[in-house]
Design a protein around this ligand. Structure first.
Ligand code: ADP
Ligand code: MG
Length: 466
């Protein structure tokens, strides 16, 4: 396993145990800086990240590394470094933190940022609900209005309107927020409503444990006795046959009794690999809605909403700047805002356009997740359609390969403005006229064929969110 693979796998584990907001705000831009005989140094973007990670994530990181590595990981330390390995500061958990050189502007301490992100850390209720997710603080725009309307309707009449309700879309676009808002609203209306929110991972783990410990009945009772069951990120049922079976029976039981089921996923039911047909057809029997990347106007409104929640007003010009800097993921947008607020609180200044630019520029110096390139398009398209990259560049004329190949060409043109000869080259040395034809063809199909337009939008979300 290379260091890169090791860290990827570790992040995968951490994603399951940390709250999503923490995960995105603090682990983005981290990497394995050094690995000397299984003493690992993790590179983090700033001192301010280092403090926070040491205080909040160290044990989880250590555990995750030990779980995924086939080696015996000894220690984990953190140091401020960027991917080009420019060493900035170093410290370990075992020794007291070294004195750091002073920087012209002070980075916020962990407390300062925690205070800003405080809303993220509100205690969960027994039902798994986080009270911070409500309809009142969800900003509605063109790209999420249908999902919002469906959720509102379900919250008003659980079990009676859209059952199941299936919400899909890329990461950080508000699926969990909406789903939880349904739960919070239903509970407010009737405090006796039995609600259960779980991640698909929790559902799976509880199922497996219950079988292993001979408590299958208890599991059944727990999941079948609720009025509203919400399972988040149901795409993780892929490939888990036993759990799919358990879910199928749970689902049927609830559905037959007019109990509401709400599911989220990063893609529509049909696109979830190895999902049993009977489950797909159950999911499609209800209402399917998607959430998409919000436009600039909505992003500005979301920032405005978050500023209000955090009691930190900012002028429109600043909001516009932040909203233009972070385009593809609301969670990251919020992370950028938290950082701006914490920085200004610490430095006891009012945010100005200049100071905000400065704070966010240090953020953009941290290694960002890969920019979109023609290579990334090829791999993302192949992965999305579950085909080999060589099928995209190869000569087969099978429809299930031709369309993905044409979509890859179209995206290269649209997203990275590649030239037609270049596109032809990337896809197995094809002629530029082939590339041109493919782009025109997809342009047209996108209008006529809902599945293709859907595929393109989901591939785009993946391109920008991974
Ligand atoms: P997903 O489940 O789709 O990955 P989340 O629901 O966790 O995304 O949303 C990520 C963050 O962005 C949350 O903090 C959520 O409150 C916020 N968010 C997303 N969309 C909106 C919106 N339209 N209005 C307000 N906040 C939003
Ligand atoms: Mg979610």
């Amino acid at each position: 396993m290379t260091n890169e693979q090791l860290w990827e796998a570790t992040l995968g584990e951490l994603e399951l145990v940390l709250s999503k907001s923490s995960f995105n705000a603090w682990l983005d831009g981290t990497f394995i800086y050094k690995n000397e005989n299984n003493n690992i140094a993790v590179g983090v973007p700033s001192d301010f990240h280092r403090h926070w990670i040491e205080a909040h994530c160290h044990q989880s990181i250590l555990k995750a590394l030990r779980r995924v590595s086939d080696e015996d990981i000894k220690t984990v330390t953190y140091q401020v470094a960027t991917k080009n390995k420019k060493f900035i500061a170093e410290t370990t958990r075992e020794t007291p933190p070294a004195q750091h050189t002073t920087t012209p502007v002070q980075e916020p301490s962990s407390e300062a940022v925690r205070a800003v992100a405080q809303a993220n850390d509100m205690p969960m209720s027994d039902f798994g609900l986080n009270p911070r997710y409500t309809f009142e603080n969800f900003v509605v725009g063109k790209k999420n209005e249908l999902a919002h309307a469906a959720c509102l309707a379900v919250a008003e009449n659980p079990g009676l309107v859209y059952n199941p309700l299936f919400i899909y879309g890329g990461v950080g676009l508000g699926k969990t927020h909406l789903m939880q808002a349904v739960g919070n609203t239903a509970l407010k209306k009737n405090s006796r409503t039995k609600i259960l929110y779980v991640s698909c991972e929790t559902f799976t783990n509880e199922f497996i444990r219950s079988v292993g410990e001979g408590r299958a009945e208890q599991f059944k009772d727990k999941y079948r006795s609720v009025d509203i069951l919400m399972v988040d990120d149901i795409q993780f049922l892929a490939g888990k046959e036993g759990t799919q079976e358990a879910f199928f029976h749970t689902f049927n039981h609830l559905h037959q009794n007019n109990k509401q089921v709400i599911l989220t996923s990063d893609r529509p039911p049909r696109a979830i690999p190895t999902l049993e047909h009977r489950l797909i057809s159950r999911f499609e029997g209800g209402m399917i809605v998607d959430v998409n990347i919000p436009d600039l106007e909505t992003r500005i409104a979301i920032l405005g909403q978050k500023c209000q929640e955090k009691n930190s007003p900012m002028n429109n010009e600043i909001l516009q700047f932040i909203a233009s800097s972070v385009q593809h993921n609301v969670r990251e947008l919020e992370g950028a805002l938290n950082r701006v607020i914490a920085w200004h609180q610490l430095n006891k200044t009012e945010p100005t356009l200049e100071s905000v630019k400065q704070v966010l520029s240090s953020l953009s110096q941290t290694p960002k997740r890969g920019a979109v390139t023609t290579k990334k398009i090829t791999s993302t398209v192949a992965e999305y359609f579950e085909i080999e990259q060589k099928d995209l560049t190869g000569n087969s004329r099978k429809k299930e390969l031709v369309v993905p190949r044409q979509i890859a060409m179209f995206l290269m043109r649209e997203e990275v403005h590649a030239s037609y000869p270049n596109i032809g080259q990337e896809l197995g040395g094809r002629d530029h006229t082939t590339a041109m034809h493919a782009c025109q063809k997809i342009e047209q199909l996108k209008e006529e064929d809902e599945k293709i337009s859907n595929d393109i939008s989901l591939i785009k979300q993946r391109l920008y969110n991974s």
